[in-house]
Design a protein around this ligand. Structure first.
Ligand code: SF4
Ligand code: SF4
Length: 67
């Protein structure tokens, strides 16, 4: 399990899908066309999505528990 994880401020997400396209792990999906959500078990915390997001609402955080 990776030590880092992407967190999306979903209230500010415009569901543009930019993050979905760049994620190498296919860890992000758009929920009901409204906001992006991260599949925590797939995310490796690489930060590509955070760089790509035009709204800059993705941050990379340390995971609370490293399994
Ligand atoms: S940090 Fe990397 S692996 Fe995780 S959701 Fe973003 S692009 Fe995908
Ligand atoms: S790139 Fe940013 S605004 Fe666009 S869907 Fe992803 S989190 Fe939402």
């Amino acid at each position: 399990m990776a030590k880092r994880l992407a967190k999306i401020t979903k209230d500010l997400c415009v569901a543009c899908g930019c993050c979905v396209k760049v994620c190498p792990k296919e860890a992000i999906s758009i929920y009901q066309g409204k906001y992006a959500q991260v599949n925590e078990s797939k995310c490796i915390g690489c930060g590509l999505c955070a760089k790509e997001c035009p709204a800059s609402i993705i941050t990379i955080k340390k995971r609370e528990v490293v399994a």
